[in-house]
Design a protein around this ligand. Sequence first.
Ligand code: HEM
Length: 342
Amino acid sequence: MESAIPQHLRAERSQPTRMREDWNPPSPAFSARFPETIESVVMAYYGLQYQGERPASARDAANELRRQIGEVDGPVHHDVAVAIDPAGFTNEITALYWTDAESYRRWSEQTLAWTDPQHEHGSVGRFVEIATPGVRDFETIFGGRRMEGVSVASDGIGGEIAEHGYWGSMRDRLPSAQTADLEPDGRLRFEQDGDLVVVHPHDGMTLIRSGQDWRGTEGEARDWWASDIRPVLQEGMEFLTAQGNQIGCYSNRLMQIIDDGGALVEKTYGHGWWHSLRELEDWSRSHKTHLKIFGAFGQFVKHFRSAAGLRLYHEVSVLDADQLRFEYLGCHERTGLLAARS
Ligand code: HEM
């Protein structure tokens, strides 16, 4: 058993851990391990937004992005996912990951910025939501050894970790939380210039990508996922998407991964921007929607005595304003962080 916090990021705690001294987690879990030379990673979400049929300009923009991904200094990993939002718009989001902020900067400067108003955007909105956490500012957890998201850019998955299976373990896995309370500071500010809205972030904002991959399930486990777990996941995500603002969730989407041909893959992820880590913790441990999700999964694991091919993971970052960028061009007023304006 090892700590989720790698040796080189361990610090003398000024903040308490929530883990009991004799803690023995009920099931195995793992964290991604990054080379010690890495200082920060880039998690860039590039979005396209449209209503109804996918317009030709959205297709062209997606193709152009795909071409750029293969260029020098391109991302180490990316995936593409879609969600239809409550306003009925399709949001097509490419998540791009780098382990070097300089490569990202060089790559992004090769072409017109994604949200530059000079794009012929017409009926297609464009947005970027970009986080550049230092290695101390994020944590990952996986139920198995298959990698997703930022971990694909890592050295691989480490050994079994101790800090999981109890409320508060997410904070215990975060290197920065050893010495900081991670309380937020400031508030969002919105700057509109024609069709472009730039959202100025504040310190302590929290990003979660919480993923589910059910490609490996079969038979009864597959049916159970479809009838008992997926619907409660959808319910929880719908709550956060529609009403999350009341409890500190600025933006939430339940994304489904698509393949190169645009077909849906049996993988989803909840993507949420929060006012603070504290409010994300509060929702997960006390709100009926996550408790229902958590309970449904508990029954499933008890019945099958394992995760039965269902693979779960998450990555959580707590960020300061200078590690974030949000821009929305020609998007509707409830898109992403814009929903927090009203
Ligand atoms: C099928 C979907 C999901 C299942 C089965 C599930 C289940 C779980 C389980 C078992 C844990 C405890 C993990 C551990 O420490 O060992 C957990 C923690 C957590 N989950 Fe979920 N979850 C799901 C989706 C989500 C989503 C979509 C979000 C938010 C976008 C979320 C937010 C959290 C958070 C923040 C924690 C950490 C709580 C803490 O350590 O203080 N979960 N979840």
